[in-house]
Design a binder for this molecule. Structure first.
Ligand code: GLA
Length: 366
């Protein structure tokens, strides 16, 4: 992709894992993190690619220690982060952690301004593999320079860490963050509501040109299994995040999820679209009232993922002609939710999509 974009091989496809924030907020502790890591293994999620267990805001003690280092809250993480990292690693997983670039985290805990090199070194010593750096309490600071300083600090710390930039898309990070971090948030915080999903989606429509291997747009973590999202809405969320080449960070309680939620999060052929080796982010091809067609080019010759999204509150037929996709000859179509060949017309994909749902197809033209 763009010249000068990061290409260090740490995130060749969008990072996948779990993050504590969406479901648990600051109510986190060692037991939750370990039980979640075990659930990633037991549910088969690790084996479809969910690798990073990320502890978000709320892990640190209210003050730095006497030496100036960040320390974990001793009540929540009595054995410390290094011990936790060892146990997470032993399960074949990786550990992620959170800090903030400003004077305090969004939850008012100690943050990293002026401590970038020291904190990066400490995270490296603990065995951290992924770092999210938030942007609260940064009045007067420039994100581009400060996140670049973080990239240097991580490099100096000497341990490969995926670097997740979280300044909510305010200063168009897609234009500069690709040389600095592996992913950058493009929007405000997601909520487990349909309107939040569609608002976020509308902000992604023009960003595909900025993403590629090791540098991804991040439309925020998954809400599948949270709030009142229905199965249809959850499928639409997951299908579109696959088209967007978005990082897939589950945000629900993995210890207690329904079979339906687990099946969505582990749908193998949908995950395969998200993780496609070509790393091209998809785009919106057509928006016609509540019916949208999204397309993502996949690796291999003339292979595409097509999402048919119904934003309306009643079921409707959505179709797209192969000609609109640039396909002239014959094409094979596979339904990636059903994991079966799709029964469609010779010159088009056409299907009935339930309210707030998305169908997802693989189209291979010969
Ligand atoms: C911000 C971020 C969220 C989460 C919280 C934690 O709102 O955007 O993803 O990290 O802070 O306080």
């Amino acid at each position: 992709m763009g010249i000068g974009r990061l290409r260090d091989g740490l995130a060749p496809t969008p990072p996948m894992g779990w993050n504590s924030w969406n479901r648990f907020g600051v109510k986190i502790d060692e037991a939750l993190v370990l039980e979640t890591a075990e659930a990633l293994v037991a549910t088969g999620m690790r084996d479809v690619g969910y690798r990073y267990v990320v502890i978000d805001d709320g892990w640190m003690a209210p003050e730095r220690d006497g030496g100036g280092d960040l320390v974990a809250d001793p009540a929540k993480f009595p054995r410390g982060i290094a011990a936790l990292a060892r146990r997470v690693h032993a399960l074949g997983l990786r550990l992620g952690i959170y800090t903030d670039a400003g004077t305090r985290t969004c939850q008012g805990l100690p943050a990293s301004l002026g401590y970038e090199f020291r904190d990066a070194r400490r995270f490296a010593e603990w065995g951290v593999d992924y770092l999210k750096v938030d942007w609260c309490h940064t009045d007067g600071l420039g994100p581009r320079a400060l996140y670049a300083k973080w990239a240097m600090a991580l490099h100096a710390a000497g341990r490969p860490m995926v670097f997740s930039i979280c300044e909510w898309g305010r200063s168009r990070p897609w234009e500069w963050a690709g040389t600095i971090g592996h992913l950058w948030r493009t929007c405000w915080d997601i909520q487990p509501e349909w309107s939040s999903l569609t608002d976020i989606l509308d902000r992604q429509a023009d960003l595909h040109v900025f993403a590629g291997p090791d540098h991804w747009n991040d439309p925020d973590m998954l809400e599948i299994g949270n709030g009142e999202l229905t199965a249809s809405e959850s499928r639409a969320h997951f299908a579109l995040w696959a088209i967007l080449a978005a990082p897939l960070m589950a945000g629900n309680d993995l210890r207690a999820m329904s079979a339906e939620v687990r099946e969505i999060l582990t749908a193998p052929e949908v995950v395969a679209v998200n993780q496609d080796a070509r790393g091209s982010q998809g785009r919106r091809l057509r928006a016609d009232a509540d019916a949208e067609v999204w397309i993502r080019e996949l690796s291999g010759a003339r292979r595409y993922a097509i999402a048919l999204l119904n934003r309306g509150s009643a079921a409707r037929e959505i179709h797209t002609a192969f000609a609109d996709l640039g396909i002239t000859g014959a094409a094979r179509v596979r339904d990636l939710w059903e994991r079966a060949g799709a029964d469609t017309r010779r010159d088009a994909i056409a299907t009935t999509v339930a309210a707030h749902d998305a169908a997802l197809f693989l189209v291979e033209s010969s």
